[in-house]
Design a binder for this molecule. Structure first.
Ligand code: A3P
Length: 302
């Protein structure tokens, strides 16, 4: 089923500025800001969370925050998730300053999120050998989630309809560029850097198992009670009712939850409710071509 003629919302005039870097469209304020991002000075104890958009960034953020706070839910509820940890390259319309400035003022250890492809990461992150958690998600679900997100986020271009967004996604003509290049780039980077590469679908299937992987990667030990608490606090049902995690605190002219919720479906396979047979076959062909030479064994047909 394809949604046609999605009603357009009253868009705020303030769309994020889009800067093309190496052919990748990025939501970066200006060339000067891009230079500042490139010159960002990482610290060895910075923890970086990298994802392609709509791959479960805020889910993993909540998991990492719970781990860093030893399972203390109250500490993870001190602020809205968009405010708790900065997004390296972004300036949100409802914030006074770019997140980069917020990151510079933060005390260590910092948790910093980014959607940048691996080849555009500030060099100091590699140089300081920062630990990086990367989460990848089935591209078909990413596409559908991204489409709905662009409908509800007034600072992003209106996606028009699913067919148009589908074409742009396949060609990598959406913000942050090609999903295929993103997941492959980070997959290759993990051979030479401290990167824990995780999959959204695995976390969904066995959150405890994946949380244990994260704990090991971070050299953290917590009791099994705490692990259970993390699983519970970061489950979709709990996060969707947590105002510090579900983005309902963001002003409605920025995130319009009446169009689509940020915590929308939270499950693998929703693409089946959106793709036609032809769209699916075409996507699979494209996937084969783009992923042929990668050792990344990502099954798009979950
Ligand atoms: P859907 O739109 O498919 O529901 P990001 O944080 O990278 O923007 O990703 C958002 C996607 O992750 C949304 O997907 C959202 O519902 C999903 N998500 C957020 N928290 C989740 C959780 N605890 N469990 C499963 N999915 C979650």
């Amino acid at each position: 089923k394809i949604e046609k003629n999605v009603p357009t919302m009253e868009k705020e005039p303030e769309l994020l500025n889009i800067l093309e870097v190496d052919g990748v469209p990025l939501p970066v304020l200006s060339k000067e800001w891009w230079d500042k991002i490139c010159n960002f000075q990482a610290k060895p104890d910075d923890l970086i969370l990298a994802t392609y958009p709509k791959s479960g960034t805020h889910w993993m953020q909540e998991i990492l925050d719970m781990i860093q706070n030893d399972g203390d839910v109250e500490k993870c509820k001190t602020d809205h998730s968009l405010h708790r940890h900065p997004f390296l390259e972004l300036k949100f319309p409802h914030k006074e300053k770019p997140d980069l400035e917020i990151a510079l003022e933060m005390s260590s250890p910092r948790l910093i999120k980014t959607h940048l492809p691996s080849h555009l990461i500030p060099p100091s992150i590699w140089k300081e050998n920062c630990k990086i958690v990367y989460v990848a998600r089935n591209p078909k679900d990413c596409l559908v989630s991204y489409y709905h997100f662009q409908r509800m986020a007034s600072f992003l271009p209106d996606p028009q309809n699913l067919e148009e967004f589908y074409e742009k996604f396949i060609l990598g003509k959406v913000l942050y560029g090609s999903w295929f290049d993103h997941v492959k780039g980070w997959w290759a980077a993990k051979d030479t850097h401290r990167i824990l590469y995780l999959f959204y679908e695995d976390i969904k299937k066995n959150p405890k198992h994946e949380i244990h992987k994260v704990l090991e990667f971070l050299d953290k030990t917590v009791s099994e009670d705490v692990v259970n608490k993390i699983v519970h606090h970061t489950s979709f049902d709990v996060m969707k009712d947590n105002p510090m995690a579900n983005h309902t605190a963001v002003p409605s002219h920025i995130f319009n939850h009446s169009i689509s919720k940020f915590m929308r479906k939270g499950m693998p396979g929703d693409w089946k409710n959106h793709f036609t047979v032809a769209m699916n076959e075409n996507f699979d062909k494209h996937y084969e071509k783009k992923m042929a030479r990668s050792t990344l064994n990502f099954c798009p047909d979950i």
